[in-house]
Design a protein around this ligand. Structure first.
Ligand code: NAP
Length: 267
């Protein structure tokens, strides 16, 4: 156990994409620290399986089938959370879509879909949670999951890189606008997290996993629990004076110059 079992006691957290990968890692860490949870995403089978695992840990869990591209759907999921738990203290906008395609071959629809899930979905989550977060007795927390590639540029993923850069800007704005409501707004930027489908698709399936590894000073891929630890810290009392920050959790990858890991046309 990295944190005490009561580090998030009394809090209710809403996690989009909370049934898989990094989102599920955050959900498990939050459950271990005493939080009650809402998980929201599209696939009800995945949500139900995650709920069972979290309940076996002793957590109280609501799942709501939700597409974050719909502001009404997100508002409905927040409303259901308030009806079940009576409060909402943490919103984690983690849901995202992404796939590798060179910018010049990217269809207009591909661009729009990723911007819609990642950037628009994050905004809809923030807006839907605002009222409840401003009433949180713990000081509300809004966290969006970004990536270090947002500001470096992300060859092969122009849509996701641009969306994540937009998310970083959004969180800085919200930190300013919502500070007087006690809402702390931060991003967490993961590096390459080994126990996720994303890394499998973006790096392993593209044959660049070894190059990726070589670009990480700490010499290993991250784990979902590394991102979860940052999220618990930000949402606990220990994180109460942090807002407008981008917390990088990448083993130092953003400090190296050994390339982006993209196969590229001239390799
Ligand atoms: P993942 O397991 O594929 O998680 C993405 C989640 O988003 C899924 O649970 C999916 O659930 C949900 N989702 C997708 N579209 C949705 C929509 N329209 N509405 C609601 N939910 C939707 O991938 P991950 O790697 O854990 O990624 C989690 C976050 O970390 C993302 O923001 C990603 O950009 C970021 N990140 C990951 C890495 C990495 O190394 N993996 C690195 C940097 C940043 P459903 O299918 O049930 O909808």
């Amino acid at each position: 156990m990295t944190f005490t079992a009561d580090a998030l006691a009394g809090r209710v957290a809403f996690i989009t994409g909370g049934a898989s990968g990094i989102g599920f890692g955050i959900a498990k860490a939050f459950a271990a620290c005493g939080a009650r949870l809402t998980l929201a995403s599209r696939n009800i089978e995945k949500l139900t399986a995650a709920k069972q695992e979290l309940e076996a840990m002793g957590a109280e869990v609501l799942v709501v089938q939700t597409d974050v591209r719909s502001p009404e759907a997100v508002q409905n999921a927040v409303q259901q959370t308030l009806e079940k738990f009576g409060q909402l203290d943490v919103m984690i906008a983690n849901a995202a879509g992404n796939f590798v395609v060179p910018a010049e071959e990217m269809s207009a629809n591909a661009w729009k879909v990723v911007i819609d899930i990642d950037l628009n979905g994050t905004f809809f989550c923030a807006q839907a949670a605002f009222d409840a977060l401003s009433k949180s007795e713990f000081g509300g927390r809004f966290i969006a999951i970004s990536t270090t590639r947002a500001l470096e540029g992300w060859p092969g993923c122009a849509h996701a890189g641009a969306a994540k850069a937009g998310i970083m800007s959004l969180c800085r704005t919200l930190a300013n606008e919502w500070g007087d409501r006690g809402i702390r707004c931060n991003t967490i930027a993961p590096g390459a997290i080994g126990d996720t489908e994303g890394v499998k698709r973006i790096y392993e399936d593209q044959g660049v996993a070894n190059r990726q590894l070589a670009s990480i000073p700490l010499g290993e891929l991250g784990k979902t629990k590394d991102i979860a630890n940052a999220a618990v810290f930000l949402c606990s009392d220990a994180g109460s004076y942090i807002t407008g920050a981008d917390i990088v959790v990448d083993g130092g990858r953003n400090r190296t110059h050994s390339g982006t890991g993209y196969p590229g046309k001239r390799d």
